[in-house]
Design a protein around this ligand. Structure first.
Ligand code: GAP
Length: 500
């Protein structure tokens, strides 16, 4: 049966995700909390598997990477030293009638249909006056100013002043543990420190479902290297890769992305080899998860929009239902953070090279946002068959479940017993499996199609005679009868083939 991709709006994605149990609005029974979401029973399984796939690819399988899991709260001094308490801001503007606040750049972008990345407060202000941009309620707007996104905390009793912050990025917890890693981790340059965890930003106007939230999950790497040494991981294969690239200059004149050889970006000095290497690594990882190449592009940050810590940044953007926007950020942070923390704490962050020379390493930061990735994967997966049924075509290694096991009828103890045995056998073999005996078999297949489960295994009356079961393919709906004793082998093979 032919399946076709079904593009959904962001509202449709959110509605579907809620109905199936992927994602719920936080505090929904009290009207919801803007910019905060909870992962539901299917979402949590998929979340664990995506994060495991990330950890496996970028930590477990690499000789040059180790991980940490830092706290989400850290001392005020950390965020003062990193520059976040002063520079981690967005432009804000007030509706003069309702007194509500909005992201000034978003209002201008929506009203004029132009990209606003990196525009200064003065430029935004000028555009608002010149084009008479109004609030979403149609009211006049005040002056544009800045708003700090960090969440201050007062830890301990009777504390009047903030003495800590919720982390605005997981990255800083890596930098403040750099000395600990050097002392205990037996690492040699180049090496990376990876971390997965929640980050918090007081976004002025959270929007587009999971895209702009106030609490979200990052999967970040800080990759430290000596700029004076060659980087052999950036091989010819990496240099020869061609990616769709939107140059900063092209954005100024409204030119589209063009195919560019990654080696050219290095030759022209836009990216150093470490930076370019991580661009290809991240791109390939997204493709391996099932994102179509044509839905991705690379965008160079304009000078004005660079974060306070960055010397050069490129994003990988995904074409969401509302257009191309950042999925992944790749910044060259130089030695900014380690130097800032060395100065502020008095603890030296240098690395001693085999020659005895002491250097502060430079760092490239591949920063993956889990929630935007989840949203992209869901948007990519939604397909429809000829009858209008929904099928989520997730790659098997990130689908909530790899297989589902059903007894044909729930009121036949022999079938239930055998199905339970098969379920436990598969779990013991390391598969992620779902068991379901409620409702008609057709409904159970449909429910698993909508959850993205690649294979359904049904125990029927013939199973009791010859110890075989049927295995049904999510994408073709074809069924095959196979011996239970060969099931782990066959299932593993089928899952591997579908992953490609
Ligand atoms: N440490 C670098 C850093 O935090 P960023 O571009 O601000 O850089 C990195 O964030 C990634 O985190 C983004 O590419 C995006 O996937 C995710 N992200 C950032 N802000 C987010 C938000 N408000 N809601 C959901 N995801 C967000």
């Amino acid at each position: 049966m032919a399946l076709r991709w079904k593009p959904l709006s962001v509202e449709e994605l959110a509605t579907f995700a809620k109905r199936k149990g992927f994602v719920y609005r936080n505090s929904e029974i009290y009207g919801g909390l803007a910019g905060v979401y909870d992962y539901g029973w299917l979402g949590v399984e998929m979340r664990r598997r995506i994060i495991n796939a990330w950890w496996d690819a970028f930590v477990t399988r690499r000789k040059d990477m180790i991980g940490i899991d830092g706290a989400t709260i850290s001392a005020r001094k950390v965020w003062e030293a990193s520059g976040h308490t002063t520079s981690f801001t967005d432009p804000i503007v007030q509706d003069l009638v309702t007194k509500k606040y909005y992201r000034a750049d978003h209002l201008v972008e929506d009203a004029l249909g132009i990209p606003t990345d990196g525009l200064s407060l003065e430029e935004l202000d000028r555009l608002i006056r010149e084009h008479d941009v109004k609030s979403p309620e149609g009211n006049p707007l005040g002056r544009v100013s800045t708003f700090n996104l960090m969440f201050p905390l007062t830890l301990g009793a009777m504390q009047a002043e903030p003495n800590a912050y919720l982390r605005g990025e997981t990255a800083q917890i890596i930098f403040i543990n750099f000395k600990n890693i050097l002392d205990t981790g037996r690492v040699k340059l180049p090496f990376g420190i990876a971390q997965v965890g929640r980050a918090y930003r007081n976004e002025i106007s959270p929007r587009d479902w999971l895209f702009r939230q106030r609490e979200f999950t990052q999967m970040e790497i800080e990759y430290f290297y000596n700029p004076k040494e060659d980087f052999p991981l950036f091989t010819r294969d990496y240099a020869d890769r061609e990616l769709p690239f939107l140059f900063a200059k092209a954005q100024e004149v409204g030119r589209p992305a063009e195919m560019v050889r990654v080696g050219r970006l290095v030759d022209e000095g836009m990216l150093n080899p470490v930076h370019a290497y991580w661009l290809v690594e991240a791109w390939d990882w997204f493709i391996s998860l099932g994102i179509r190449e044509e839905k991705l592009r690379v965008r160079e940050h304009t000078r004005e929009e660079l974060s306070h810590y960055s010397r050069a940044t490129v994003d990988i953007e995904y074409e969401y239902p509302f257009g191309f926007k950042e999925l992944f950020g790749l910044a060259d942070r130089g030695s900014y953070d380690l130097e800032q923390h060395s100065k502020a704490s008095g603890v030296s962050m240098h690395v001693t090279l085999p020659s005895g020379e002491k250097i502060i390493p430079r760092v490239i930061e591949p920063s993956f946002g889990f929630d935007r990735l989840f949203m992209s994967l869901l948007a990519e997966a939604v397909h429809e068959d000829e009858k209008g049924n929904t099928i989520l075509r997730f790659k098997p290694h990130i689908a909530p479940y790899e297989a589902a096991v059903f007894p044909l009828l729930s009121n036949k103890p022999e079938l239930v017993e055998t199905a339970t045995r098969v379920f436990h056998q598969l779990l013991d073999e390391g598969f992620t499996v779902f068991y379901d005996q409620s409702g008609s078999i057709g409904r159970r297949y449909a429910r698993q199609d909508e959850a993205g489960t690649p294979y359904c295994l049904t125990i029927d009356f013939q199973t009791l005679e010859d110890d075989t079961l049927t295995i049904r393919d999510r994408d073709t709906k074809e069924q095959e009868r196979i011996p239970i004793r060969d099931l782990p082998l066959i299932l593993r093979e089928k899952l591997r083939a579908k992953r490609k």
